[in-house]
Design a protein around this ligand. Sequence first.
Ligand code: ADP
Ligand code: MG
Length: 327
Amino acid sequence: ARLANQIAAGEVVERPASVVKELVENSIDSGATRIDVDIEKGGSKLIRIRDNGSGIAKEELELALSRHATSKISCLDDLEAIISLGFRGEALASISSVSRLTLTSRTITQSEAWSAYAEGRDMAVQVKPAAHPVGTTVEVVDLFFNTPARRKFLRTDKTEFGHIDELLKRIALSRFDVAITLRHNGTIVRQYRAASNDAQREKRLAAICGSQFVKSAVEVSLEHQGLTLQGWICTPEGARAQNDIQHCFVNQRMMKDKLINHAIRQGYEASLRPEQFAAYVLYIDIDPHQVDVNVHPAKHEVRFHQARLVHDFIYQAVADALIQVAA
Ligand code: ADP
Ligand code: MG
């Protein structure tokens, strides 16, 4: 409980896309190299995420569904250097409290799979034998069936699916090594193949951000005092048409961080022809002890211990890259 108190509580289930985010992040944390996402009716009828990760042992299934049960953080020291995407141990519990949830899984040491079913808030979990390869499938049916006010708040299937599609684009950008398939109402909408070389990475980048982005972007790769910055930055001219493509990842976690945004913008402004457009896909890697991700429940913000250093490094890297292409 003490540990739970250290972790800012937050409601994670706002709409179907937030469910998909939590479930896909769990798959990534489990070491999955392939993730299949099946959506029906914008996610209000069905969200099914299947992975080939480590799986959950039979005796852990029920625990996985209970609040504040996480296998990822075991002491406060872990909390100070979080490398997994999840750590609050409340996503599955929150999701199952507002849906009919089936968790089916098999670990490599088990000869058969098991499945746990929970429905709504009473959480009488039933565990039964099932058929499943090594890995996990989470099926979320009738999201918000017991919270009509929230169900009414959902937009059209198309809009909700659009949010899921955008989310998976960002996830696909964060992990080029993971194959991801997205289906809506039985039809394959996206297929991101695992990319392991530059040509394959560029192909995935083009599939997500468009070939125009790839054409007008310069690649950056810099290292300074244990801090690395990699990725693609559009020239100010190119950015004009790509203004909405602004993706930033810190230690493979998606971020919408004020400090980082500010540094990038300053970098653009320092380039020869300042314009108010910016487009980029950037990856920052930093010692996990140097960053606090436990700031906001939605986990989009970070606190860098050496904020000034990080800011100036990003600013300088962006400015240099843009000045170079302009020259
Ligand atoms: P958190 O991710 O914060 O630990 P969750 O509620 O999302 O909390 O998940 C609870 C636990 O269930 C995880 O700590 C993990 O042990 C297990 N789990 C959930 N999804 C998966 C998955 N796809 N593969 C393996 N284990 C999983
Ligand atoms: Mg999680």
